[in-house]
Design a binder for this molecule. Structure first.
Ligand SMILES: NC(=O)C1=CN([C@@H]2O[C@H](COP(=O)(O)OP(=O)(O)OC[C@H]3O[C@@H](n4cnc5c(N)ncnc54)[C@H](OP(=O)(O)O)[C@@H]3O)[C@@H](O)[C@H]2O)C=CC1
Ligand SMILES: CCCCCC/C=C/C(=O)O
Length: 496
């Protein structure tokens, strides 16, 4: 194995109003490396009073207007500086993410870091030139004079993000970058399992010159910190990514103070391989779709639908290409497949495999927990064939490396099976028939469709779910509207 370089660890404290400090009662919790099962470091466990302090600081920073009314070029240059600092700190950020999440270092470095740097540059551009309102033609007054009617886009105030463990940097920055671009102030509560890059990012925001209180990080449990943010009347918006159950609770909790809410929730995304597909590339995409990030990937292509006449051929090819995964310590530069986030996640995969087999599924490969060098919460890349779409393993999100494969005969049947799910986050299809590609893409009930690929993700392209997969969109120009409110101004300019 290559030498493992320990990154510079961040401060394990809360960052409130530009100051690093311990939690009010001094309590901490530990974060673990899922590949070695060892503690990395302790981080502060915030109290409700800490949450209140962060909200008051963010509220004061918003009212001060130093950030919310800053000119577009100045605000954009701070966002661009954040992107530069992300790149300057790329090695540390990637190593922290890899050891905290169990994500292969090579992917954290090449994909996650590149994506978030681009994201801040994209929203710097939006802050500079795409936040304008519009002038509107309205009914003329009695003298025939057209009133001056126009709209303004204004920030909301304090925005809070509650984020999950699987892509900590990406899924927080998709909220932070547009919210700051729009002039809001921000509080981030990262997942308890993966707080490290959130703390490192706060150091970067501080260095980039955000005024005190504009960005705050509070680590601690969802039950205490998350809930207190949801209930706080001075928080105007919650941006959440995580499980559908917690998302529903956040929606209910936000109702009392009528907060705006964006929810990115679970998925059980269907991936269809038609008999006219290029099977070599189709199978590569199918593997990536389920085993990237060890299946801890909300848009995992976890239900593979394969046309009957190529079904056994595709299964054989899947087993063959899955052997190319390099299972190992995520810090090793050659590793492409790491451990699940914790023991519960590993057990969850095992339980679903048992359930599927009891329900008549055929285990093609994998199916068992495993260790690397005697450690880690790894689960073998797993493929289950002959799975009924009505079975639990085809309907419930596993959030792990377990692919279920189901045969179909016709295009109509493939669409019906694909849409027979409570979720609608993503879907994809492999075909060489251009008409079929777009016909099926239009028929699939999902917020993101991939044709002859899987998982393409870009800061310019909106992302979000249909059905139980969420509310609202992140990324792209579309995300900006959810961090702003529109004011209409109507001025009578007739002669007096
Ligand atoms: N659509 C998408 O983009 C994505 C969806 N997901 C979904 O997330 C799930 C896995 O992620 P996981 O992190 O376990 O999801 P959770 O929903 O358990 O947690 C997500 C975040 O919510 C916090 N939280 C937990 N309970 C509450 C509460 N009562 N009030 C407020 N906040 C709370 C968590 O804090 P703490 O960590 O302290 O418990 C964490 O920060 C998957 O099942 C998947 O469906 C994941 C990634 C992307
Ligand atoms: C190659 C796709 C990377 C997507 C990263 C962010 C999304 C994660 C998720 O929603 O789980």
């Amino acid at each position: 194995m290559a030498t493992l370089i320990t990154p510079n660890l961040p401060k394990g404290q809360l960052f409130i109003d530009g100051v690093w400090r311990d939690s009010g009662d001094g309590r901490t919790s530990a974060t673990f490396n899922p590949a070695t099962e060892t503690e990395i470091m302790k981080v502060a466990k915030a109290t409700e009073q800490d949450v209140n302090d962060a909200v008051e600081a963010a509220h004061k920073a918003f009212e001060d207007s130093q950030w919310s009314k800053m000119g577009p070029h100045e605000r954009a240059s701070i966002l661009s500086k954040i992107a530069d600092l992300i790149e300057a700190n790329a090695d540390d950020l990637a190593r922290l993410e890899a050891m905290d999440v169990g994500k292969p270092l090579q992917f954290a470095r090449s994909f996650d870091i590149t994506f978030i740097a681009n994201l801040f540059r994209f929203y710097a551009g939006v802050a500079r030139g795409r936040m304008d309102g519009a002038t509107r033609l309205v009914t003329p007054g009695a003298d025939g004079e057209m009133p001056l009617a126009y709209t303004r886009k204004e920030p909301l105030g304090v925005v809070a993000a509650i984020t999950p463990f699987n892509f900590p940097m990406i899924l927080s920055c998709t909220k932070i970058a547009p919210a700051l671009a729009a002039g809001n102030t921000f509080i981030h509560k990262p997942a308890s399992a993966t707080p490290l890059t959130a703390l490192k990012m706060a150091e970067i925001f501080e260095e980039a010159g955000l005024p005190n209180g504009v960005f705050n990080v509070i680590t601690g449990s969802g039950g205490t910190v998350g809930n207190a943010l949801v209930e706080h009347p001075k928080v105007k918006k919650i941006a959440f990514t995580g499980s559908t159950d917690v998302g529903k609770g956040i929606l209910r909790g936000s109702a009392e103070s009528l907060k705006k809410v964006t929810l990115e929730l679970g998925g059980k995304s269907p991936h269809i391989i038609f008999n006219d597909a290029n099977l070599e590339t189709a199978v590569q995409h199918a593997m990536f779709a389920i085993f990237f990030n060890k299946g801890e990937f909300c848009m995992a292509g976890s239900r593979l639908l394969v046309q009957k006449d190529i079904y056994e051929d595709v299964l054989d090819r899947l087993v063959e290409v899955s052997k190319a995964l390099v299972i190992g310590n995520p810090m090793d530069p050659d590793t492409t497949y790491g451990p699940q986030i914790d023991l519960d996640a590993q057990k969850n995969c095992e339980n679903y495999v048992d359930l599927a087999i009891a329900d008549g599924a055929r285990l093609i490969t994998g199916g068992k927990p495993m260790k690397v060098d005697g450690k880690g919460f790894y689960f073998e890349p797993t493929i289950l064939a002959d799975v009924k779409n009505t079975s639990r393993v085809a309907q419930e999100e596993i959030f792990g490396p377990v692919l279920v494969v189901t045969p179909f005969e016709t295009e109509e049947e493939a669409i019906a099976l694909a849409n027979d799910s409570q979720y609608g986050l993503a879907a994809g299809l492999q075909t060489e028939n251009l008409g079929r590609a777009h016909r099926v893409a239009h028929a699939l009930e999902a917020g993101m469709i991939w044709i002859n690929t899987w998982g393409q993700f870009d800061s310019a392209l909106p992302f979000g779910g249909y059905k139980a997969s969420g509310i609202g969109r992140e990324q792209g120009i579309e995300a900006m509207d959810s961090y702003m409110q529109t004011k209409s101004v109507f001025a009578d300019i007739s002669k007096r």
